[in-house]
Write a protein that binds this ligand. Sequence first.
Ligand code: PEP
Ligand code: MN
Length: 348
Amino acid sequence: MIIIMEPKATEAQCQKVIDLLKENGFDIRYKKGEIYTVIDAIGDKTTLTPDRLSALEGVKEVKIIREPFRIASRDRKPEDTVIEFSNGVKIGGDNKPVMMVGPCSIEDYEGLLEVAKAAKEMGCQFLRGGAFKPRTSPYDFQGYGEDALKYIRKAADETGLLTVSEVMDASDLDMMCDYIDVLQIGARNVQNFKLLHAVGKCNKPVILKRGLSSTIREFLLAAEHILYNGNPNVILCERGIRSFDSAFTRNVMDIAAIPVIKKLSHLPIIIDPSHGTGQRYLIEPMAKAGLIVGADGVMIEVHQNPEKALSDGKQSLPIPMFKEIMGRLNQLSGRLHYEKTQLSANVE
Ligand code: PEP
Ligand code: MN
């Protein structure tokens, strides 16, 4: 980190900062300029935090040079993380983007099976659906719990898909792991650190949704909590962030976050245009945008009868519309994948 002293900082104040850094094992170099004294310090920020330094008298600013997420960082691991499932499906790296579709909440088995069959027919790999729903209002449908998980497992096994479902409470984890291939941490729980630690100790891959107002740094630090606790299989998900204008879209999709995160981190990242926009007509363009900028997958809400859906019906695609859109997304992802693999083959 770099510590910039106030122009009026005294010799004694500068020395105090230097001594403290040295005591904490930092390697330092400093330059006394005409106006500012600048101290360049290399060492372990856990022993002496930037916050502690900022609190010292005479310190103007502490700049962090290396990003605070260590395990998630590309500096630490330059090659992409690829997550492989027992049926051979892979997420990340040069693999073709995966498709995860299904209802917001798991309702009746027959309806879910209809969606699962359409998903399989269209080449999707994952069936998603919530059994525990984090609803803004306690009066809204909260999910059918374990019964719903039984349905999603059965529908996925019958069609040859993998399952994705959200975990809201660490005490449900053991039970959920019997039914679920990928655990989802929802946007509202992105900074529920105990839950992040619990899934970090789990041996299932985790989809971590971006929080309603997470910065990219906070988002990657949330992933770091999972990685630090031992689970290397984290899939990030850009699902839009809250903005001042929700008149036409539920959230604002941060498309640039995808290449930014690809630059900063080796973790795979998918896009969820359903929650990102809240509008059926925006799902196709935003899914395409995500694929073009390098998303490793797309998550879309699909319901057999959106008008009757118990949650997020407005943004859920009916099956015929889903099939049409999926056909075009498959074409695009096939083309992009061809270009990407040709390109890397030429480089080698
Ligand atoms: C969901 O995937 O159904 C969901 C609740 O998403 P988010 O946490 O992104 O709002
Ligand atoms: Mn939903």
